[in-house]
Design a protein around this ligand. Structure first.
Ligand SMILES: Nc1nc2c(ncn2[C@@H]2O[C@H](COP(=O)(O)OP(=O)(O)OP(=O)(O)O)[C@@H](O)[C@H]2O)c(=O)[nH]1
Ligand SMILES: [Mg+2]
Length: 434
């Protein structure tokens, strides 16, 4: 599920694994790449534009501490989660049986989904009845009856003389001692007035707790357009994304909630009755971004931020000068956090994270630290005095090269520019994530 999208998205993050800085031009390139791959993944254009715009507003250049990759991952994770909508449990009728009406196009997966939802609720302790309400396909009622009997669910047909018998449903609900009635309604080839009219009638006369639209995830962004048309004409309250296991690119999952304004509540993940789960935007975003355990990832970043706040920087005076000592602290906190390692472990789709690159990044930090440690206290406070002979001495003392010393000075120069603004310096030292 979503493997294709996950692989592609993670490849956009990979180059940032070994970077120490994140410049505006890096952000621009990142957003450009991200935009392009989402369009290729059949995500609907308004969704792509919205996500990229939100990210453009949020992402700011970073000068160290938390790796740019973690910073990008965290920000995209948050925005992606917001875009996927929010999960809510099914509404329940406090005074009697809860009615859930399933609607959708022909072959979208309604009957299978009715049984899966029933089975899911049964496992949660509910007594569930599957109700046939498709007057056009008698075979559909039989399919539902078989699924009910195979899975320990009750079955009732509400089709009489080629019509859905609303009065029968009403009297059944009045008398029933069951917890849930799931109605499997007729599907049509297209979104048609007839079908929408039928759905509106059922809604008016039966006042269900939920009208759930089953959409086929394999249709990509077209699934979102279908959900939108339904929503405009009938009181759809939630979407069930069937066949999400066949949605390599995640186009439907990413588009449906934003385009239609209806939240995805569940998704079907295979043909088996158990292949069905509540749709969790956090988990889905994490899966797409390859964050194995999103809670642990966020906790780790937050712990780091707190730790840094509690340790040195915040206590330092306002007019503290940015010098090599402070840069050493920055490097020390980067190696201490070993987040680079953590991310490498957390990524289930590891193909795009080059372990060699990660190792190189860590080595570079080690060498930079060694360079600063080879400077005299005076040089650390006044790196501008570093002439050619001092640089040679430092390179020899730290087992590095003059080129590396120059590189560090260059990096120091760009951080210093940032550090001129005390607020920005503080933010940078706290991790640049707040
Ligand atoms: N892989 C996969 N297949 C599914 C899933 N849900 C349903 N299907 C398959 O999709 C096909 C159609 O499913 P049905 O439940 O009969 O669809 P329907 O909407 O009731 O069809 P009509 O009543 O003809 O409109 C069946 O072959 C199901 O096994 C799913 O989550 N994953
Ligand atoms: Mg059916």
């Amino acid at each position: 599920m979503f493997e294709g999208l996950a692989k592609r998205i993670q490849s956009v993050f990979a180059p940032f694994g070994s970077k120490g800085l994140l410049k505006q031009e890096d952000i621009d390139q990142f957003l450009k790449d991200l935009r392009w791959l989402l369009i290729e993944a059949d995500v609907s254009l308004p969704v792509v534009n919205e996500l990229v715009e939100r990210l453009r507003e949020k992402l700011k250049p970073q000068t160290g501490i938390v790796s740019p990759q973690d910073y990008l991952l965290k920000t995209v994770y948050e925005e992606l989660t917001a875009l996927l909508g929010s999960y809510r449990p099914l509404r329940v009728n406090p005074r009697g049986i809860s009615l859930y009406v399933l609607a959708g196009l022909q072959g979208s997966g309604k009957t299978t989904t009715a049984a899966k939802l029933g089975y899911f609720l049964k496992r949660n302790g509910k007594s569930v009845v599957l109700g046939a309400a498709d007057p056009y396909r008698p075979a559909g009622a039989e399919q539902l009856r078989v699924l009910a009997s195979e899975n320990g669910l009750y079955f009732e047909s509400f089709v009489e003389n080629g019509k859905v018998d609303i009065a029968k449903i009403q009297s059944f609900m009045k008398k029933s001692l069951h917890d849930v009635l799931i109605l499997d309604t007729a599907g049509r080839l297209h979104v048609e007035t007839d079908m929408l009219h039928e759905l509106s009638m059922i809604n008016k006369q039966l006042n269900p707790q939920e009208v759930l639209l089953v959409v086929d995830a394999m249709l990509g962004q077209e699934a979102a357009n279908i959900a939108k048309s339904f929503k405009e004409a009938a009181p759809v309250s939630g979407v069930i994304l069937a066949k999400a296991d066949g949605d390599e690119l995640g186009g439907a999952a990413l588009s449906v909630a934003y385009v239609s304004g209806v939240p995805i509540l569940f998704m079907g993940t295979g043909e088996h009755i158990r292949d069905f789960e509540p749709f969790d935007p956090n988990e889905t975003a994490a899966m797409i971004l390859g964050i194995g355990n999103p809670k642990a990832f966020l906790r780790k970043i937050m712990d780091m931020q707190r730790e840094m706040e509690e340790s040195k920087p915040a206590a330092k005076g306002k007019d503290e000068k940015f010098d090599m000592n402070m840069l050493l602290e920055v490097f020390e906190s980067i190696s201490k956090e070993s987040l680079i390692d953590y991310m490498a472990r957390a990524l289930p789709v590891n193909a795009n994270v080059d372990p060699e690159m990660l190792e190189q990044g860590k080595n570079r930090i080690k060498r930079m630290k060694a360079i600063i440690q080879s400077m005299t206290p005076y040089e650390r406070k006044h790196p501008e005095v570093l002439n050619a002979s001092r640089k040679r001495r430092i390179a020899a003392g730290s087992g590095t090269t003059v080129q590396e010393v120059n590189l560090l000075l260059k990096q120091y120069g760009s951080m210093k520019k940032f550090a001129k603004n005390p607020a920005q310096l503080k933010k940078m030292l706290r991790g640049g994530l707040i």
